[in-house]
Ligand binder design. Structure first.
Ligand code: NAG
Ligand code: NAG
Ligand code: NAG
Length: 413
């Protein structure tokens, strides 16, 4: 989790945490029972598990004040402490002074003797435990980190570099679903969507990425983003001459309309089909983009197969079907496999295979069979065999559908 920008900029919002942690580390030297109670009370208030804390307390007890100071000065204190609790050390220092001035030397000696009995492994384990505790304590601050990034994004006078950094921070922050749900509440969705129209390609790309990540498997955020009308802009970005930008736009679109009937209808009305078709029928298009486009079609078809929703007109769009069949002639086994899977789902869905017949699917599949047998190098043989098996399956399904179609065609239309 790299979010250095916001971390370094963060104001004193961790002061309380620093106090709690300092108390957990220092006070046990003096009054273990009272401290444990105090620290646990705070931690419980945050709904955290207290078992890690008692382990921490023991670890802390194993060190005397001078050791801690020495370690810190030697730079051996975990860097997480330094980054996260910068600003807390003044307090830590005064605590130490006080602790050293007021502690019972005999007791400290006893404690120090105790720590020597710990093996290196045990010490390491306790370090790990305190690190995990700090990770937990850090969690509630995600909202603050998001606020800082959003404020930066919303500030028209920050540099391009800072803008990109703010977006990259959000990209990491919106991964947990709770944070994604907070994004709109914190006023963050609109600024991110606005960046889809930034003049800078990299900024546009990262914004699409953030929107895709935030809406992944999240109906609430999907609807929020759709509600702000961002899909039209994303469809537009699919035409970008930058592969990276188009790829992130497709990623965001897929995440937005996945299992979302409303999103799929908007995608259709925004002419998403024409954008997919553009990607598929362009011979110079990056093959990774074509794979994403085909995968999106399969996903839409499978959703319809499983949900029994009435047909999305997109999936029977003749020009799109034509471009999908056309893509089979590009020799890339992985792409061909994905295209075959798409056609298989579309055939299952279709009551009218006439369109595929029109584009001569049968002879394309037969030609592909010859190609798969002839062309592959030794190391591709096995994969080519698998793709060929799928090809035969699709061919059989097509022929079956074709027969059914001619038998019942007049009744359907
Ligand atoms: C606290 O930790 C213990 C031991 O690791 C675990 O059994 C328990 O379920 C945890 N409780 C909570 C609330 O996470
Ligand atoms: C916006 O950014 C500029 C330049 O970084 C800064 O000086 C200014 O204080 C910021 N404004 C707000 C409202 O944060
Ligand atoms: C963004 O800035 C506008 C004014 O420029 C302000 O009205 C809005 O509240 C700000 N949003 C956030 C999330 O800071």
């Amino acid at each position: 989790m790299a979010k250095p920008g916001a971390l370094s900029k963060r104001p004193g919002c961790h002061y309380l945490l620093a106090v709690v942690l300092s108390a957990a580390v220092i006070l046990p030297l003096l009054v273990p029972a009272a401290t444990a109670a105090a620290a646990v009370a705070v931690v419980e208030g945050d709904g955290e598990n207290k078992s890690a804390l008692s382990a921490t307390r023991q670890w802390a007890t194993g060190k005397d004040g001078e050791e801690l100071v020495a370690e810190r000065e030697a730079g051996r204190v975990d860097s997480v402490v330094e980054d996260e609790f910068a600003g807390g050390f003044d307090f830590l220092d005064s605590m130490l002074q006080w602790a050293i001035g007021n502690s019972d030397p005999e007791k400290l000696k006893e404690e120090a003797a105790g720590v020597q009995k710990l093996s290196a492994d045990e010490l390491q384990q306790r370090r790990q435990e305190i690190k995990e505790l700090m990770e937990k304590l850090k969690m509630p601050s995600d909202a603050n980190l998001m606020k800082i990034a959003i404020a930066d994004l919303n500030n028209s006078s920050i540099s391009l570099e800072d803008r990109q950094r703010a977006l990259q921070e959000l990209l990491v922050l919106v991964e947990p679903i709770d944070n994604a749900n907070d994004l709109d509440k914190l006023g963050g969705l609109l600024p991110v969507i606005r960046e889809l129209s930034n003049e800078n390609e990299e900024i546009r790309t990262t914004s699409a990425w953030v929107l895709g990540t935030a809406s992944q498997n999240n109906a609430l955020v999907q609807d929020q983003i759709l509600g702000y009308g961002a899909l039209a802009r994303l469809v537009n970005m699919g035409y970008s001459t930058s592969t990276e930008e188009a790829a992130k736009a497709l990623y965001a679109i897929s995440a937005l309309i996945r299992n979302n009937v409303n999103g799929q209808e908007v995608f259709y009305s925004e002419k998403g089909g024409a954008m997919l078709q553009y990607i598929l029928e362009n011979d110079n298009m990056d093959v990774r983009l074509q794979k994403k486009a085909v995968f999106l079609v399969t996903d839409l078809a499978d959703f319809q197969l499983n949900s029994g929703n009435s047909g999305l007109p997109l999936l029977s769009d003749r020009l799109l079907l034509k471009s999908i069949v056309y893509t089979l002639s590009r020799f890339d086994l992985d792409l061909q496999e994905k295209v075959l899977l798409a056609i298989k789902s579309l055939l299952k869905l279709s009551t009218d295979v006439e369109d595929f017949e029109f584009y001569d699917l049968e002879s394309v599949l037969v030609r592909l069979g010859v190609q798969l047998e002839d062309l592959p190098s030794e190391d591709q043989k096995e994969y080519a065999g698998e793709v060929d098996a799928l090809r035969r399956e699709v061919l059989t399904l097509f022929q079956k559908k074709l027969k059914q179609g001619t038998a019942t065609g007049n009744m359907i239309f």
